[in-house]
Ligand binder design. Structure first.
Ligand code: UD1
Ligand code: UDP
Length: 383
């Protein structure tokens, strides 16, 4: 017989995240958890990122219940992993969640899912099942997400392709829910907001508003691109700036990782036609993407957003775990060698037909309602 106390029992969910992209993609989930009366929602940030995380927390008005404040300058992966495991364990015993939720493939995700497994706490993995099949690309994310998959009790796969990847690895199909990617939920929430004055001002000042210039947006930060690949990417940007002169504005909000800051500033600092910016608030970045003609990126999340917005994006990698955007025709993999990047970008800037073929919005990554499906998935879970 059902008791009143059973009916009133709430599910305790601790959302754990640490970096900018996790915060952006978990924000819609945290908002949906907060609104559900059957859930007691708590948030723990590892603060694997500091400034770049805080920008997102502020934007979505999320006040963490626990902040581990773990970021150190130029942190290495073993230290960071050890710190997360050690700092999180007492939080898990104190908070006693029924579930932890993690998102994606960072070191925070890998270490938090392991810590929860050690404590016998259910793990829900948001954005589960993305794979390149190459453990070194992206590094260390491909391994991080595989570890999250073996610890998880519920896998929130964004697409059918990611579900199939999980099935191939022997994951029980009853534990996989195809939800769409919460990146699209976040994108919908944010595109509804007007462009910040700062961005409208820049776009006008650069000559984008009156059509005298076209905007190319660049982001690059991946660990496997440290060293020669990031130099090649910068050389490609320099060559594009020189080739197109006054007709192009290339804008690069530079990730705070010192391994990126240094080569980018050395090669591109003071270059005519190139504006280097600090990491931008998410609303600003979204409005710059909307104003851009072309995106060059090695980011994961921007591949999903570019596809959703129908902005042609050249992906500065050899492999992607988001082939849905390539199939949709909005993304193209171009690697990290300067001559290829310059050739592919020039083709899109010079050949209208080639450009129009890529420039159409597609929705393979979701319909913007992933967060609600994730909350329902947790509440409906039958052990
Ligand atoms: C991390 C993730 C990567 C994700 C990326 C998103 C890992 C191993 N990597 O890479 O999967 O794509 O975040 O941006 O989990 N820094 C700051 N302030 C910040 C953030 C970073 O100064 O707000 C600097 C610090 O010196 C820090 C360094 O960047 O030590 C590296 O940060 P880390 O989180 O280890 O790696 P990312 O390259 O940011
Ligand atoms: N982003 C942002 N400001 C920036 C650069 C990126 O808000 O200056 C957003 C971007 O729109 C996307 C997310 O950050 O939602 C992607 O983060 P990043 O590229 O650092 O990580 P990845 O997705 O590669 O893990």
């Amino acid at each position: 017989m059902e008791r009143i106390s059973d009916r009133m029992k709430t599910t305790r969910v601790l959302s754990i995240f640490g970096t900018r992209p996790e915060a952006i993609k978990m924000a819609p989930v945290v908002l949906a958890l907060n609104e559900n009366a059957g859930v007691e929602s708590r948030v723990c940030v590892t603060a694997q990122h500091r400034e770049m995380l805080d920008q997102v927390l502020q934007l979505f008005d999320i006040q963490p219940d626990v902040d581990l404040n773990l970021m150190r300058p130029n942190q290495n992966l073993s230290e960071l992993t050890a710190q997360i495991l050690q700092s999180l364990d007492p939080i898990l015993t104190q908070e006693k969640p029924d579930w932890i939720l993690v998102q994606g493939d960072t070191t925070t995700v890998m270490a938090a899912s392991l810590a929860a497994f050690y404590r016998g706490i259910h793990v829900g993995h948001v954005e589960a099942g993305l794979r390149t099949g190459d453990k070194h690309q992206p590094f260390p994310e491909e391994l991080n997400r595989r570890i999250a998959s073996v610890t998880a009790d519920l896998h929130f796969a964004p697409t059918n392709l990611s579900r199939e990847n999980l099935l191939r690895e022997g994951i029980d199909e009853r534990r996989i829910l195809v939800t769409g990617n919460t990146a699209i939920d976040a994108l919908k929430l944010i595109t509804a907001k007007p462009a910040p004055d700062l961005v409208s001002g820049w776009i006008k000042e650069w000559g984008i508003t009156d059509g005298s210039k076209r905007l190319v947006l660049v982001t690059a930060h991946r660990r496997e691109n440290f060293g020669e690949p990031i130099k090649q990417i910068c050389l490609a940007i320099k060559q594009l700036a020189e080739r197109y002169g006054e007709s192009l504005e290339i804008v690069y909000p530079v990730h705070l990782n010192p391994n990126i800051q240094e080569p980018v500033k050395n090669i591109l600092g003071g270059q005519n036609g190139v504006t280097l910016l600090p990491p931008l608030e998410y609303v600003a970045l979204v409005h710059l993407m909307k104003a851009a003609t072309l995106i060059l990126t090695d980011s994961g999340g921007i591949q999903e957003e570019a596809t959703g917005l129908g902005k042609p994006a050249l992906v500065l990698r050899d492999k992607t775990e988001r082939p849905e955007g390539v199939t949709a025709g909005v993304l193209k993999l171009v690697g990290t060698e300067a001559p290829r990047i310059v050739a592919e970008a020039s083709r899109l800037l010079d050949d209208r037909t080639a450009y129009e073929t890529m420039a159409h919005a597609a929705n393979p990554f979701g319909d913007g309602n992933a967060a609600q499906r994730i909350v329902k998935g947790i509440l409906d879970f039958q052990p």
